[in-house]
Design a protein around this ligand. Structure first.
Ligand SMILES: NC(=O)c1ccc[n+]([C@@H]2O[C@H](COP(=O)([O-])OP(=O)(O)OC[C@H]3O[C@@H](n4cnc5c(N)ncnc54)[C@H](OP(=O)(O)O)[C@@H]3O)[C@@H](O)[C@H]2O)c1
Length: 212
């Protein structure tokens, strides 16, 4: 698959390494331009190339967003994302590191409003980058969960397949709204490495609680 990644820091750079290792071609972008990415890209091997954000989006059949959520208005024009699977790894922190109050909305719904026409999947939000870098396992029983939420079932399944390929267990949290809420900072899933069995236990309990 061709994967564009906007944001080449902890999460974007780590995902580039893992996707490239799994045999995908990756175009990686940051805010300072492709030249600034030359050393990183050279270290990641021939499957990874540096690009501008717009070129990375154009390149990708799927596009991973891994920039600060508060910078989302700086993303390339929404037309470039139309019809593409867009993986939103961003969490809504202010520049001071506080979780932003979005009222009834959730951060990925706000991204979906900005990128109308994109097939949005929320994933890679709750896992720390070091766990992502080192936590992949081949034994399914031991695999750590990476959560996925989306309204587009086919896009969600494509992202789930990518997650399996890099040694993690995709766990479905539901729709962009309800599943997205379950993945937000402060939730029981956030920032706690867990197997898919542990995750499903928590999700089962929390959905039973939701129904009460
Ligand atoms: N760190 C984690 O463990 C973790 C885990 C899950 C989710 N997340 C989420 O993932 C996102 C990235 O976090 P991170 O820790 O990877 O951040 P980071 O290490 O600070 O990297 C941020 C990257 O975004 C780029 N960037 C910023 N504004 C941009 C723009 N307008 N256009 C293109 N690129 C831009 C930066 O490029 P320059 O350096 O050139 O400015 C940098 O490559 C955040 O939303 C965070 O909440 C992080």
């Amino acid at each position: 698959m061709r994967i564009g990644i906007v944001g080449a820091g902890h999460i974007g750079g780590t995902a580039a390494k893992l996707f490239a290792r799994a045999g995908h071609r990756v175009a990686l972008a940051n805010s300072r331009g492709p030249t600034s990415l030359a050393p990183l890209v050279a270290s990641l091997g021939p499957n990874v190339q540096a690009a501008s954000p717009a070129d990375a989006v154009t390149f990708g059949e799927a596009v991973l967003l891994a920039i600060p959520w508060r910078n989302k208005e700086q993303l390339p024009p929404s037309e470039l994302f139309a019809g593409k699977i867009v993986i939103d790894a961003m969490n809504p922190y202010s520049a001071l590191g506080r979780v932003m109050d979005l009222g009834e909305s959730t951060s990925s719904e706000e991204v979906a409003k900005r990128l109308r026409g994109a097939r949005l999947v929320k994933a890679f939000n709750t896992i720390g980058w070091k766990t992502l870098e080192n936590g992949g396992q081949s034994s399914e029983e031991d695999q750590l969960a990476i959560f996925v939420a989306a309204d587009d079932a086919a896009a969600k399944e494509t992202v789930a397949a990518l997650i399996r390929e890099i040694g993690f267990a995709p766990v479905d949290t539901g729709s962009l709204r309800e599943g997205g809420r379950r993945q937000q900072p402060g939730s029981r899933l956030y920032g706690r490495p867990m197997t898919s069995r542990q995750a499903e236990d928590i999700l089962g309990k929390s959905s039973a609680k939701d129904k009460r």
